[in-house]
Every structure is written in structure tokens, then in C-alpha cells.
Design a protein around this ligand. Sequence first.
Ligand SMILES: Nc1ncnc2c1ncn2[C@@H]1O[C@H](COP(=O)(O)OP(=O)(O)OP(=O)(O)O)[C@@H](O)[C@H]1O
Length: 649
Amino acid sequence: MVDLATHPSAAIVQRDSADLVAGSWNRCVRDYGLDPARIELDVVSRSQLSAHRDELGDVVSIARGEMDNLAAQIAGSGYALMLTDARGVILYNHVESALRESFRAAGLWDGANWSEWRQGTNGIGTCIVEQRPVVIHCADHFAVRHSGLSCSAAPIRNAAGELLAVLDASSVQCEGTRAGQMHTVALVSMSARLIEKSLFVNAHRESRVLRFHGRPEFVGLIHDGLLAIDDNDCIVAADENAALQLGVDGRGALIGQPIAQVFDIDTGTFAATAHEQDQTVWPLHERLRGRRYYARLTAPARSRRALSLHGGEARSLHIPAQHANRRPGLSELAGADPAMAENVRCAHRVVDRRIAIMLRGETGTGKEVFARAIHEASARAGKPFVAVNCAAIPETLIEAELFGYKPGAFTGASRDGMPGKVLQASGGTLFLDEIGDMPLALQTRLLRVLEEREVVPLGGDTPIALDLNVISATHADLGARVASGDFRSDLYYRLDGITLTLPAVRERADRQALLRAVIASEHDGAAAIRIAEDAMKALVRYDWPGNIRQIRNVMRTALALCEDGLVRLADLPEEITHQAQQSAASTCASDEDSVVSDNPLANAERDALIGALEHNGWNVSRTAAQLATSRNTLYRKMKKHAIEPAQKR
Ligand SMILES: Nc1ncnc2c1ncn2[C@@H]1O[C@H](COP(=O)(O)OP(=O)(O)OP(=O)(O)O)[C@@H](O)[C@H]1O
């Protein structure tokens, strides 16, 4: 039984709630320019609400189950429960029928936007900014109209630590003290943790999930650690509890590691255990310090079906098909790569703050997909997203294309004129791809348009007001172009509110998971896509100079060529199979620890190293300490896996 009064969330909230409220009030005045007497309720349209719900997918249905449990615990207390997305829009409420009218009047209802920058200091919005449990009680609220509310809220994160949603318990009767809310916030925090656990298990239902704790009676409860393990016996996801339990520095240190390197475990027995002993708790020892844990291993949802359907066949991976052309949401793009997770976290923080975002990354790393996902995650979702490829439009046309023209503005112009991409994007997001290729003369004009927030079409004389979010992208070194005078520095600084660098596929710690996601999105037939194990290994080993675009093209062709729905090594282009053979051979020849070269886990080791280096900002000493190895060994392993220190971003 958990003692709520001593629950960590209660301690945190009590300790620094005065600072937290002061910090939020400061933001309300300084950053959002809010007037406490003039804050209006803000409710999204029905269609936006259903788009917000769709975006969160399973989160809403999983959270609803837990909210029903929590509601039963607090029934009759005058509290109601709200689930919001990471933008603060209420997606689902649980209010007793007698209280419905008063909650609706207070704006605590589906579709209401409780972000801090809209409603001032409040439980939901301030929890989103602070990313931790908060109590905002009565006069803590910035808006005069909300001073009768008492709110306790806790964040719900995915396995990458990224904010997905907020769970809030609110009362419209301002009674008692803030300290009196500690029970409520502790209950809400525990429910949020339980929802996170269910989300983890659900997100990894295709993998084996290991739940472990130092005490057997805690396995399967709120404090146990969770690890998802793929068909190669490598850890593909871990929650914070797993890192805490094992005493490692964050989840990143676990992802990509073979499970047999973390626990003293025989992988053959391990694989069998998952099929046979789903509910049994059994002891296991951690390798580094020899500590004893107790664990339960859950079989993947598909394992029995796959065994019976494909028994006797060479080992292959089954990737469930997805809806083709489905656009991944911003949170999904994080995958299990630390650099991508950081990009997504930053994007969530700056979205809707009028900060220009610049995306950098090699060709095909998904800059446009990322830009669209930012747009869909913003308050402008549902408004236009207009992409302009500055390199693809001839220099002579780019001005008209961007800024539009009036009828008869120039020879060859359409008789009706054209509004131009900038105006088409008004209300939504303008995505300027390959911005480095924008001609110098037009850079001046673009800067003026962005600064003045109005555009005068060619041949016109009346400015038209604009309301735009701007995201730009480049694979060039724009800093160098500024230095050489090819790119205006003032435009560069205007566009570069924040730079997010998308990693190349070869740098990603979650290469195998990324491959699976891209492959799944390539096919929308009912059947799962099957990839022979050696083919998958070759795909993971390959460098992918064309990044995600190349993966898509290669897989599209392989899926068309393959027979009986199984992609074999022979269905892949020669450069991929050739490089895979070469890298296996060179690993074998160059490494003293040559047994690794034939070991199917070699790639996992490379991924784990990159993950750990990323996690430590590419500081070799810190990474070596975290991995409990020497700097020399780490350098040797980096050399073996062709990981350049220069991959530091
Ligand atoms: N996470 C993803 N899952 C599935 N497909 C993706 C993903 N990210 C990108 N793609 C696909 O990869 C291809 C390249 O993506 P995108 O155009 O966004 O890359 P880019 O970095 O903007 O490329 P360029 O620099 O050449 O313009 C597209 O076909 C896109 O649909």
C-alpha cells in the first residue's frame, strides 16, 4: 500500500509550489502578454477535437479505463477528471452527472484548450510547461475567472519520456488549502504512472515485455521496470523505472543492449520462457553488480499465431502492415533514438510560440515529414500546410510563386492572378524547403514579408496581412553560406529561432525499429510483411546514404519483387547485400573480439554505443564510465563499428 502523504510527487509539489506559481505568473505577463481580467475560454471545433483524439490513438482509450478506476476512488468528493493532449485540449472528461453544469460553465469540458499561454496559470497548462505534477489551487490561478478552481495534474509520457497527455483532477469549489491537495495530486500521479505502464505494454505488444523489480511482490505494479525485447533478444525500449532499478544513467543506456548483457540469462531459455510462463515470476541476476531481481516475461501478442502459421520455415520477422500513407504524428517520430526524442521534445516546447524552426539534416532524413508533424501538433492543425521547395522552382518564377501576382502583372501571367504560396499558407504553416537555394534578391523580399507580416503581390499596391508559422529546412551548411555572403545573415537569424538536426539513418540508435516502421508504412494489405532474418540484418547494417527515402524505395521494390510475401536477401539490391557481407568480413578481420562479427548482436552493439554516446553528448570519457569500460576499449569498439567521433552533432 502506498503512503500518499510521503509519495514523492507530494513532496515535490509541497516544496516548490510557490516558486512554480511565481514562475508561471511571470510567463503569463512576460511571455504571453495575458491580462488576468480578460482571459476568455477557448474551445476547439468538433472536427479539431476529433483530430486531436485521433492523434493520440490508444492513449485516450487506455487512459479512460484508468480514469474510471480513479473516479470510483474519488466519487462524491466534488472532483472531476480531465484528460488533455500535450497542447492542453481536453479530450475526455469524467464528471458526475450532478456536477456537469458547473464544470461546463467553468470551461472544464471536452474541446476546451487549457494551455498556459491561453488560460494563464492552471493545473493542466502549467503541468505541460513544467512537465511534472502540479497543484494550482484557487488564487494560484492567473485568470480572475479561474480563481474558484482547484486543480491537481500529472503528466503522462511515452517510453521516450516525451509528454503525450495530462491527467487532471479539478474541483470548482475552492475549499481547503493547497497542502490539502497533496492526496489528490498523489492519486492523480499514480494513475498517470499506471496509464504510462499500460501504454508501454500496448506499444510493445509485438515484442516480449520483461517486468522486473528487486522484490517479487512488486512485479506488475507501479514501480517495476519495463523492458521491451525484440526477436534478436535486444532491448528496444525501456522505461525510467527500468533505468532506476538497474542504476544506469537513463533509458538510453539500455536501448540496443542485448538482454544477455544486462541480465545473466541464457537467451535460448529466455525465448522459451516467454512462450510458456507468461505469468510466472522468476529470479534473475543483473550482470554488472550481480544484484538479484524478480521478473515476469510476457510473450508478444503475435508469437503463438506466428509459430503455428509459419512453423518449420526459415526464421523471419513479421511486421504488421500499417495504413499506407498514414502520416506519423510528432510523438511517433521520436522512435527510440535519443537525438530524435530531443528534437520532438524541443518541437513540442516551441510550437505555438511564434518561434521559427529550422530543420537540418541530410537529404531524405524526413525533414518535410517532421515539419508536417509539427504543424499537425500545433494549434494551426487543420489550417493549410504549404510546402515550397526553393530549389525546385526556376529562379524566374520563384517570386511570383511565393508572393503571388495581380492579373496582368507580367507577360504570361494568368488572367486571374495568383495568391502565392505565402498567402495560401496564411493561418497555417509555410514550409520553406531547401531554403539555402533561395536567390539572394528574393531573400530580401522574404525577410521583409516575414518581418512586416504582410505581402504585396507582384503588380499590386495594397499589402495583405499574414499570420504565419514558418518552418524552413536545409541540408546545406547555412552558416557557411552566410559567411561567404551567399545567404543574408538577417534572414538566417529570422528563420533560425531554433535549429533541430535530424540524424541520418546510419546515426540512429533505433535503426531496426525505424526500418520496421518505414517498412510497415509501405504496405497496407491485411497480411503482415515478412522479412527473412538475414535480409533484415543486411538492411540494418547498410549505411543508407539516401536515408528514409532510400529505405522506402528499396522496400517498395523488394515487396513488389518478392514471392509469397517473404522478402529474402536476394530481393534486395546488390549494394545492400554486398555492404552487409563486407562489414561482417571486416569486423571479423579487424577485431580481436572477432566472435562478435558473426554474432547477430553486432548491430545492436553499434546501436547501443551510438545511443550511449548520444546520451552523453559524445563525451567519450563519460560514455566509457557509464558503460563501465575503459576509454581505450570504447575507442576500439567505436573504430570497429566505424563510429566517428565526428558524428557528434
Ligand atoms: N518516419 C517516417 N516514416 C515513414 N516514412 C518516412 C518517415 N520520414 C520520412 N519518410 C519518407 O521518406 C521520404 C523522404 O522524407 P522527406 O521528404 O520528409 O525528407 P527530407 O529530409 O525533407 O528530404 P529532402 O532533403 O530531400 O527534401 C518521403 O517519402 C517520406 O514519406
